[in-house]
Design a protein around this ligand. Structure first.
Ligand SMILES: O=C(O)CNC(=O)[C@H](CS)NC(=O)CCC(=O)C(=O)O
Length: 293
């Protein structure tokens, strides 16, 4: 694929998604249109953009498996605006059957009653270009209104690396809690990714302490731009997310970041040649000594 230019205009969309999918899609549609109007060629939606705090993930996933409503929405938006669209996460029943497998899950029953948290990336022709299922599940205690999160109650762990080829280079995909696992991003780097999208629903509490540090670290150590679209605001009585959707360049500089909670779109331009020059000047990948880790 020949890149249309050395520069890629990207946008990260911040949302305050609710438990009403129809409302969320209407809002996402407006924000994608805004991103397109601002010149974005690749747009990233946050984790759970179509459904936050949903009652029954499995039921929603079964509905999606029958109707593909959310996937059709993404395809149509990508086609309408002629852009690459990285579609947050959508609950899916069927797992990915292709791509680089990371591990074998022996404890997961063959017919899991759970769903996968899938990121679908559509190309400007409205065709599915890749899918990634969230690998690391957020089973953790946080000092907030929720207290104990237990994502693995409803979500099954993905087993494949998230890579998508675009005309500008290879896109890596990670989701939210994945950010705390540098070894996943190192595998993306070894797979030759040039830039990374991170749809997220980072909590307010943990985001305050760790969000920008984790994003900058993943960008710096892997010498890749990172496009991070977060949920940001109050979703329900006890559920609040951190926002601060942003784009970080391969040197770790914050190119753009939304400062307030609430919906929004942030834009940035990724300089692919500058990233390549940086990797030649400071070839950290070649300098690795502990390669098995
Ligand atoms: O449940 C939904 O509807 C949307 N999904 C999420 O909110 C997910 C799983 S609970 N959140 C995270 O992974 C937050 C990670 C995080 O905040 C951290 O690593 O500190």
């Amino acid at each position: 694929m020949t890149p249309p230019s050395d520069f890629l205009n990207v946008a990260a969309i911040q949302m305050v998604s609710t438990s009403i999918p129809d409302d969320n899609l209407v809002r996402a549609e407006k924000l994608i249109a805004r991103a397109a109007k601002g010149g974005a060629e690749l747009v990233v939606l946050p984790e759970s953009f179509a459904l936050m705090c949903g009652e029954d993930t499995r039921v929603i996933a079964e509905k999606e498996e029958q109707s593909s409503v959310i996937q059709h929405f993404l395809a149509e938006q990508a086609l309408r605006h002629k852009l690459w669209l990285v579609g947050g996460t959508v609950a899916r029943i069927n797992p990915i059957m292709h791509g680089l497998k990371l591990f074998d899950e022996t404890s997961e029953p063959a017919c899991s009653p759970k769903a996968y948290a899938a990121v679908h990336t559509f190309n400007p022709n409205g065709v599915l270009a890749g899918r990634y299922d969230k690998v690391h599940l957020f089973d953790a205690g946080v000092d907030d209104g929720v207290g104990q999160y237990c994502e693995s109650n409803t979500i099954a762990a993905g087993k494949h690396l998230g890579v998508v080829d675009t005309p500008w280079g290879r896109l890596g995909v990670g989701v939210c809690y994945d950010l705390r696992f540098p070894e996943y991003f190192r595998l993306l780097q070894q797979a030759g990714v040039d830039f990374i999208a991170v749809p997220s629903a980072f909590t307010y509490q943990t985001g305050l302490a760790h969000w920008s540090v984790l994003l900058r670290a993943r960008a710096i150590e892997n010498q890749c731009a990172v496009i991070a679209a977060n949920q940001g605001g109050q979703h329900s009585a006890n559920r609040k997310t951190f926002g601060h959707s942003c784009v970080i360049d391969a040197w770790g500089a914050v190119q753009t970041m939304q400062q307030d909670l609430g919906e929004g779109v942030v834009h940035a331009r990724i300089d692919m040649q500058a990233q390549k020059a940086l990797r030649l000047k400071m070839p950290v990948l070649e300098h690795r000594r502990l390669k098995e880790n």
